[in-house]
Design a protein around this ligand. Structure first.
Ligand code: E4P
Length: 217
């Protein structure tokens, strides 16, 4: 399973990338706002740092304008995936841009039928939002499983990019189901390394080691 980092914070991306944990990056207008940076500048910086796909989201709502924005974003670097919302205009934009050979990530997906349309429109990635479904008492993980079954039934090549990941359990659930990619904030990716029994075990080893009076170096 590929790990994308869901942030426009270059320092955070760089830290995880140095460990080999970054297969790609996703951004959205809220994350660009949070970074306080210019979208074109920060996206270029991320694209230069990362070999994998970097999603940059259009902000227009009509197809013609979305297509124009998508073409401009795609010029930033070869590894740009143009991110479009799962609206009728977004699907038209997806079809046009994928026909031009560009990567497209269709975002704000909340149903299996929406995912099916994105696959038929040629999307490179579909982004179902787990956390936002959980927020309204609908199991977001069930949606990932449904889309996996449907895509496998028909051999769709669109990659399932599980988004709106809020917990470490979301990550392991997605891996169990067979999501192709998860995108998670840096804090969630870092938490994957934590376990209280690791902390307790290490504390006890260190206490016993101190009693030996030995040093390795
Ligand atoms: C990623 O592509 C999405 O924009 C992101 O995962 C949304 O996450 P949120 O629901 O925590 O804002």
């Amino acid at each position: 399973m590929k790990f994308f980092v869901d942030t426009a914070d270059v320092a955070a991306i760089s830290e995880l990338n140095d460990l080999g944990f970054v297969d790609g990056v996703t951004t959205n207008p809220s994350l660009i706002m949070k970074s306080g940076r210019d979208i074109l500048e920060v996206t270029k910086e991320i694209c230069d740092l990362i070999d994998g796909p970097v999603s940059a989201e259009v902000t227009a709502t009509e197809a013609d304008d979305m297509i124009a924005e998508g073409r401009k974003l795609a010029k930033i670097a070869d590894n740009i995936a143009v991110k479009v919302p799962l609206t009728w205009a977004g699907l038209k934009t997806c079809k046009t841009l994928t026909d031009e050979g560009r990567m497209v990530n269709v975002t704000l997906c909340f149903s299996a039928n929406q995912a099916l349309l994105a696959a038929k429109a040629g999307a490179s990635f579909i982004s179902p939002f787990i956390g936002r479904l959980d927020d309204i008492n609908i199991d977001g993980i069930d949606l990932i499983a449904d889309i996996r079954t449907i895509f496998d039934n028909y051999g769709y090549g669109t990659e399932i990019l599980a988004a709106s990941i809020r917990t470490v359990n979301h990550v392991s659930d997605c891996a169990r189901i067979g999501a192709d990619v998860i995108t998670a904030p840096p804090e969630v990716l870092k938490k994957l390394a934590s376990h209280p029994l690791t902390d307790a075990g290490l504390a006890s080893f260190m206490a016993d080691w101190a009693k030996t009076g030995q040093k390795i170096l």
